[in-house]
Design a protein around this ligand. Structure first.
Ligand SMILES: [Zn+2]
Length: 201
């Protein structure tokens, strides 16, 4: 049926390209857009275009920032500039920020090592992190807060190996987090405790 309506086929095709949306909710999301009024659709498209135009990654921590503003972490002297919490993606950063218990800096790796999917160290921002540590000697501690999945743990082990010849303290989240835990899916208190009770890697 969709093939007979080119505009609908096109809409489904572009929506299908959005990861995590893909097959499961495709028709529901398509219906949402088809039933939205013109103004709502225009606001949606404009928000996407503006975000693409005005948001970039901070060259230091790789967290999103407004193109014409300073980084809310790296350039904020109220944050503890001696600790860097290393996370896989922005989602985990948001989970940690929600606890309101962490006041240091971040580093977003852009994912986790996954040889089966062809994701190697060069695909992540590990080199930017190492460079950052070399250039900035105020950093005293690195917290490896990758997800407790096989990929996340392999990524933490790789980072720790790269950091072992520095005099930086390398720590990781406390034990007691559920096996296979993804930070984003945990409640605030669990994330807070995992961070507060961190241990040497
Ligand atoms: Zn930054």
């Amino acid at each position: 049926m969709i093939d007979k309506i080119p505009a609908l086929a096109q809409l489904c095709k572009v929506l299908q390209q959005v990861p995590f949306l893909a097959s499961k909710n495709l028709y529901k999301v398509t219906t949402y857009f088809l039933e939205s009024d013109q103004e709502k659709i225009e606001r949606f498209c404009l928000a996407l275009l503006e975000a693409k135009r005005d948001i970039e990654q901070c060259v230091m921590c790789c967290v999103w920032k407004a193109r014409d503003q300073q980084c809310v972490f790296c350039d904020n002297q109220k944050r503890d500039q001696t600790i860097v919490c290393v996370v896989e993606t922005w989602q985990e950063l948001m989970a940690i920020e929600k606890t309101e218990g962490y006041k240091g800096l971040y580093h977003v790796l852009g994912g986790a090592l996954c040889p089966l999917d062809g994701v190697g160290p060069e695909d992540l921002t590990i080199n930017i992190l190492l460079d950052r540590i070399i250039k900035n000697n105020s950093i005293k501690e690195i917290i490896l807060a990758t997800n407790q999945t096989p990929e996340g743990e392999a990524t933490a082990a790789y980072c720790a190996m790269k950091l072992k010849d520095t005099d930086i303290t390398v720590s990781c989240l406390a034990r007691g987090m559920p096996v296979g835990a993804v930070l984003e899916g945990l409640d605030k208190l669990t994330v807070y405790k995992a961070l507060a009770e961190r241990r040497p890697f």
